[in-house]
Design a protein around this ligand. Structure first.
Ligand SMILES: Nc1ncnc2c1ncn2[C@@H]1O[C@H](COP(=O)(O)OP(=O)(O)OP(=O)(O)O)[C@@H](O)[C@H]1O
Ligand SMILES: [Mg+2]
Length: 466
């Protein structure tokens, strides 16, 4: 008993190690298969449908054809071999006076075999074996069984005839039989039907699958657009029940999120507005107190608070109310650059292409100003460039500051999000600048992305279709 207790965990460990090693060996194969698998739902569903069909048909065809062919060919060959055996027996037992004319004629009309007798006793050397040797093998077996004499057969070639030579006592009998007499040759019709119906089935399922998958694609597109802050137009639940449920759930979720945002912005706008009124009163009262240093500090603080409130308000309001107009943006860009220089930074502006575009000018200026503001805050040199080609306007703001680490480049677009490190400790801000800028870019159907600048700091790239 003691031995069996101690060997049990050992053997289990052995099995586990063995299984683990098999799994480790299979992992690269699994990865390779996964990589080669089609990625889309359409292609995958097709594969799920077509693979079993092809395997089933292949197995059925192979098993059935193999059995059918072999059996029928064997039976047919047997018939021919028996006929030949009978002719040989008549030939040998009843020698013919008319040079075998009657025998030849009976063989021809009654048995469908063309026979002739060649004097001499040599058989030709064996010919090449056919690739599909089914007929060759069956005929050889049946001649050996029923005739039992040396023979030579030729089943190769495209002709409709099969040639058989049998060595007799002092001559060789040559028999020509039709290939169809010995061989089940029309089975390919079965394959043609099978492949044909499969193709029709695949075509029908292609059509059906397409219609099933389109609503899923639409739902994915709608969710993607909503996530990017774009308007989702003409989206209705369609397709199979489960897809419609998912679409309805998405629409419900979108409504809830929109209501939540609306409630938040309304509240923010209300609070900011009320506070602004009080701040204005503060300022007035401070102005009445005169030019003391404490008052100046207080005024600076009130200014900063007011700036923050402006940010809140701008964010809460959004800039959707403004109408897009056609105008030159070079003046607007120059203003932003000059503002950066006024704060003691090196700022350059580089324009290429037509600067006459259609946009919400106020919003666009605010957006670019926010980007340049950040660069001014964190760096010494700012490069602004605008590039218009085709229907795309690209505005880039680059700086030589500390940049933003790659894993934070998504988060900084969130409202009130500020990088929590040394650089922000003495910098003022509410964390709304980039959120507002992205909002404005998306409001124009564009996008802002962050990257590394060749100046060493951050590169902000805004692209908008104009
Ligand atoms: N050019 C930049 N270089 C380095 N860090 C940056 C740069 N621009 C933005 N950041 C980082 O991203 C954060 C978010 O920027 P955002 O403009 O949204 O807020 P903020 O500048 O802190 O405040 P606000 O713009 O509302 O006054 C910043 O706090 C800062 O940490
Ligand atoms: Mg900012």
């Amino acid at each position: 008993m003691a031995t069996s207790h101690s060997t049990l965990p050992a053997s289990r460990n052995l099995v586990l190690t063995f299984l683990r090693s098999i799994r480790a060996r299979l992992t690269p194969i699994r990865v390779a298969i996964k990589r080669r698998m089609p990625q889309g739902l359409y292609a995958r569903s097709l594969m799920i449908f077509i693979t079993p069909m092809v395997i089933l048909q292949g197995v059925v065809a192979y098993v059935f054809m193999e059995r059918h062919w072999e059996l029928v060919t064997e039976r047919l060959s047997q018939g021919v071999a028996r006929d030949i055996a009978a002719i040989i027996e008549v030939y040998e037992k009843y020698p013919q006076a008319d040079d075998n004319a009657l025998l030849t004629q009976i063989a021809n009309t009654r048995l469908g075999l063309t026979i002739s007798f060649i004097p001499g006793d040599a058989l030709p050397p064996a010919g090449p074996k056919p690739f599909f040797g089914l007929l060759d093998r069956a005929l050889s077996r049946q001649i050996t069984a029923h005739v039992g004499r040396p023979y030579w057969i030729d089943t190769v070639g495209r002709s409709n005839l099969v040639e058989i030579r049998i060595k007799l006592d002092n001559s060789v009998m040559r028999v020509l039989a039709r290939r169809s007499q010995t061989y089940a040759s029309n089975s390919h019709i079965f394959i043609v039907w099978m492949v044909g119906t499969s193709l029709v089935l695949i075509a029908v399922s292609l059509l059906f699958l397409r219609n099933q998958i389109r609503p899923i694609q639409r739902l994915a597109e709608a969710a993607d657009s909503f996530g990017k802050g774009r308007e989702v137009r003409h989206f209705r639940p369609r397709g199979a029940r489960e897809v419609r449920q998912a679409a309805a759930a998405f629409i419900g979720m979108r409504g809830r999120i929109e209501r939540q945002i609306e409630a938040r912005t309304t509240m923010l706008a209300g609070v900011s507005h009320d506070l602004r009124t009080i701040l204005t009163r503060f300022k007035l009262q401070l102005a009445l107190l005169g030019d003391k240093p404490e008052v100046e500090d207080l005024l600076a603080d009130v200014d900063e608070m007011q700036h923050m409130l402006e940010d809140y308000l701008a964010f809460a309001r959004g800039d959707q109310a403004e109408q897009a107009v056609c105008g030159d943006i070079s003046g607007l860009l120059e203003d932003v650059r000059a503002h950066a220089e006024m704060q003691g930074k090196t700022a350059s502006l580089n324009l290429s292409g037509d600067m006459e575009v259609t946009a919400r000018m106020g919003a666009l200026k605010r957006c670019i100003a926010n980007l340049v503001d950040n660069a001014v805050k964190f760096a010494g040199t700012v490069e602004i460039s605008a590039h218009h080609r085709g229907s795309l306007l690209t505005i880039m703001v680059e700086d030589d500051g500390p940049g933003i680490p790659e894993d934070k480049r998504e988060a900084v677009f969130r409202p009130f999000y500020r990088l929590d490190d040394a650089r922000n400790q003495d910098k003022r801000g509410t964390g709304l600048g980039l959120a507002i800028a992205q909002d404005i870019a998306r409001g124009h159907g564009g996008e802002i992305t962050l990257g590394d600048s060749r100046l060493g700091g951050l590169q902000v790239r805004m692209t908008i279709p104009v």
